[in-house]
Design a protein around this ligand. Sequence first.
Ligand code: THG
Length: 369
Amino acid sequence: MKNFPIAKSRRLRSTPYTDRIERQGVSSYTVYNHMLLPASFVSAEVDYHHLKEFVQVWDVAAERQVEISGKDSAQLVQLMTCRDLSKSKVGKCYYAPIIDGQGNLVNDPIINKLAEDRWWLSIADSDVIFFAKGLASGNKFDVDIKEPDVNILAVQGPLSDQLMSKVFGEKICQLKFFNFDYFEFKGVKHFIARSGWSKQGGFEIYVENAEAGKDLYDYLFEAGLEFNVKPGCPNLIERIEGALLSYGNDFDNRDNPFEANFEKYTNLDSEVEFLGKERLKKIRNQGVTRKLMGVKIDHNQIDMYCEKTLFDDDNNIVGFVRSATYSPTFKKVIGIAMINKPYWNSKNSFKIEINEKIHLGNICDLPFI
Ligand code: THG
């Protein structure tokens, strides 16, 4: 299928770093939260090998923040997620599914607890702010809800501790996974978490002052020369291998948290109140009839513009591939698929049509690596 350039406008928002990544050679964009999100620089495969060996700086400003503050903020945040936040602590980040009244998924943000009455929901690609405002109005909550101008820079890759300690000082190496703290660069304090949408390790800098952020961006490349730093972005190959899920690709509002393997973040036995709780208890008791699993396909190329159906030998539907890519590590196509229960045994094989030809594959557990 032919690719087309994307027509920019005010509605398709740029980031404070857009002119920089364009100078550095961004080669494709995707759209995320109505904002430009880089999708490749050299190529997904070249970017992938570099990410696994060195360190990259990513413009992930499209991971927007929904700030919820005020007297009833903790109650509203808890109402939106099936993860029990009653023992949550300031300074910690919580990966937490957002659920609607039907028990279906709305988003999968990282929830950052800034204070007992101030939260940032670092959202995936759906309009959580209107969901939050609707719930606040309907419940007459005393809260303030806004999208602050926060533009995240992620530093990802095995050399990220070395680069970050050179810029922010040794202390940053003590920061634990999914914790945040404030670190200074040129007199400006930045909110930094040890997190990021790769399995290679790293940090996310929640830049609140765009001018200071651009200065920091440039310095990361200057200081990173000795570590072979390059511009990068969330990498399709790396994130599928590590099974980092993507709302809108792997799961969406048709799916519940059990189907999306979010049991770990679904707490139905505590006292906290959230949307869809009774529905989710029913689903848990009945058990789900499909869930996300891995697939490996004996082929070297796949385009994913829509779900692709998997069939067994009798042409029964096995499931649907939702994300896939060629993996240079496995030397075949790997993907994340919604698999029907009769086929959960990971030895099952299937047929799939790619570019009018039938290929064979088999089901496997996630993650791949
Ligand atoms: N960072 C920030 N905001 C984000 C993302 C991010 N918003 C959008 C999107 N990514 C949200 N989705 C995810 C998905 C997975 C993870 C983080 C955000 C993730 N998962 C860890 C894993 O699967 O290994 C587990 C985390 C845990 O168990 O606590 O990191 O990347 N700011």
